[in-house]
Design a protein around this ligand. Structure first.
Ligand code: CFM
Length: 546
């Protein structure tokens, strides 16, 4: 196909932006211009980007829907809650085992419903006459079969359109069943502009219906909860291995390899460590307001970042025994990481990467690329908000539009009996002065070099243009992008599902990542993408009668 790209030998970011926008009608171009940012060092401030706004109809976005964010992302990784999709069978089917969140159900008494697909399988007549009765029957059937501790109901688009009252059905069934916690999520696919709205809807309900149900004291000296870690490709297993080695107890992971009881006990931890800021930061705030548990931002993607995060946790508890143990663990783990980094680095140094992932990985994975000596030349989130780009300082200035107003914000007050500030104001102050930052996140933009391109809600057309013009050595995104990028002759790494690989978190994860990226960016196969006759049409033939 003839390419419309102007032949620029060394296009500047401004040329690229102009070229991309040039294809759009003026109104679309004006809107996209605010979501395509050329990073520059401004005096004391971070450049502003537009984010968390509707995708323009007709554009092939990389985003998913609100139901996906709720049912798939937040509730998907919990093994012992039965998740029933109330809707046509397609929604249940396509969200069945498609995210690579892993679980460990090896204990003899651990239930695992993740391998099942539960759906009310709505038909035309249910759309016309209402689906509430069918939903109640489905809940009863799941209960009779499995007797789970909890049943969660997820609304799909048609359920919202016909007005089934899923919360009333859930409340009625909870009362009827007696020993099963039934709750529902109004997470219709169209409810928000992306899956981010689904995270919020899910987390609010988890906070209302699950967190705080179990006050029993869990064993452990240093108790944390890990917020926003979903155990994709076993990342959570590796983080748990490291924490355990350090003597840190993980009370609850939201929600990788989690269970009903972990959510119920989360409020008993003494610190919340936030991995994915986008999907869960408000839960950290709510846990602090209601129960007095402070939070810090961590990142276990990248060996250096993992070591830094462990040191932060140790600093918070302030116990010399833990501080020393963390140093010992880092000293034990790092040589193997360093050995592979040293081996690979001569082959990866100076190569370039582009990262377009949901809401935190496009930032976190820049750490791993830095450890390989690679430069991230363009990155963006599918659905993150301005605070994930520019830092939490912008939170008070965020515009509340009709779409964000649609998503419930729950009011939380200190719990009358269980609010217990884990550190006094003076202790928190002293820790902050010693360099430990609470509730802090600076976002992705300040950490990227000037002249790099930060693009929100990238679409297929823009992805192809970027790759054509900047020719990165690797492009990271998801399955929807994979093959169109590979057809352009650029290796593509899935950073949602990790293509069947992983873990990439922690120390062992870093080693896995270094080796895979080395293989990808140095493979010769990309040079053979064009058939010989496309490059050099030298064969000729004549018809016999000529
Ligand atoms: Fe958080 Fe995630 Fe992400 Fe996310 Fe996701 Fe994911 Fe992601 Mo896919 S919770 S924002 S909604 S880190 S499923 S584990 S990889 S888009 S960058």
């Amino acid at each position: 196909m003839p390419s419309m790209t102007k032949k620029l030998s060394n296009p500047s970011p401004a040329d690229i932006k102009e070229e991309i926008l040039g294809k759009y009608p003026p109104k679309v171009a004006r809107k996209r211009a605010k979501q395509i940012l050329i990073n520059e060092a401004l005096e004391n401030e971070t450049p502003e980007i537009t984010a968390n706004v509707r995708t323009i109809p007709g554009i092939i976005t990389m985003r998913g829907c609100t139901y996906a964010g709720c049912k798939g992302v937040i509730m998907g990784p919990t093994r012992d809650i039965v998740n029933i999709t109330h809707g046509p069978i397609g929604c249940g089917f396509y969200s069945w085992l498609t995210r690579r969140n892993q679980t460990d159900a090896s204990a003899p008494d651990s239930e695992n419903y993740m391998t099942y697909c539960f759906s009310t399988d709505m038909q035309d007549k249910d759309i016309i006459f209402g689906g509430e009765k069918k939903l109640a029957l489905a809940i009863q059937e799941a209960y009779d079969l499995f007797h789970p501790k909890g049943i969660a109901i997820f609304a799909t688009c048609p359920v919202g359109l016909i007005g089934d009252d899923i919360h009333a059905v859930a409340a009625k069934m909870k009362e009827k069943l007696g020993d099963c916690n039934v709750f529902a999520f109004s997470c219709e696919g169209y409810k928000g502009v992306s899956q981010s709205a689904g995270h919020h809807i899910a987390n609010n309900q988890v906070f209302k219906h699950l967190v705080g149900l179990n006050d029993e004291k869990k064993p452990g000296e240093y108790k944390i909860s890990l917020l926003g870690e979903y155990n994709i490709g076993g990342d959570g297993f590796e983080i748990d291995r490291i924490l355990k080695k350090c003597g840190i107890s993980n009370i609850a992971t939201f929600s990788g390899n989690s269970s009903y009881d972990q959510f119920a006990s989360a409020h008993t931890a003494d610190l919340n460590a936030v991995m994915c800021h986008r999907s869960i930061n408000y839960v950290a705030d709510m846990l602090e307001t209601k129960y007095g548990v402070p939070w810090i931002k961590v990142n276990f993607i990248g060996a250096g970042a993992a070591a830094k995060s462990l040191r932060k946790i140790a600093k918070y508890f302030g116990d010399q025994k833990l501080i020393d143990r963390v140093e010992e663990v880092i000293a034990e783990e790092m040589p193997a990481v360093q050995m592979v980094a040293d081996e690979v680095r001569p082959r990866t140094e100076g190569k370039t990467a582009m990262l377009f992932v949901g809401g935190s990985r496009a930032h976190h994975y820049q750490e791993l690329f830095k450890e390989l000596g690679m430069k991230t030349i363009s990155a963006g989130y599918e659905f993150a908000h301005r605070d994930d780009y520019e830092g939490r300082e912008v939170l008070p200035n965020l515009k509340v539009d009709a779409d964000s107003r649609n998503i419930e914000e729950i009011e939380v007050d200190p719990d009358e009996t269980r609010y217990n500030p884990r550190k006094s104001e003076a202790e928190l102050q002293a820790l902050s002065e010693a360099g430990l930052r609470f509730k802090g996140y600076d976002g992705m933009i300040p950490e990227m070099d000037s002249g790099t391109m930060v693009i929100d809600d990238l679409n297929q057309y823009e992805a192809e243009k970027l790759v054509e013009m900047l020719k990165p050595d690797i492009f990271c995104a998801g399955i929807k992008e994979k093959f169109s990028i590979q057809k352009l002759g650029i290796p593509m790494k899935q950073l949602h599902s990790y293509d069947s690989g992983g873990p990439y978190a922690g120390f062992r994860g870093a080693i896995n990542f270094y080796r895979e990226i080395d293989r990808l960016v140095n493979s010769k196969v990309w040079g053979y993408l064009k058939a010989p006759w496309q490059e050099n049409p030298e064969l000729s033939a004549t018809y016999v009668w000529e």
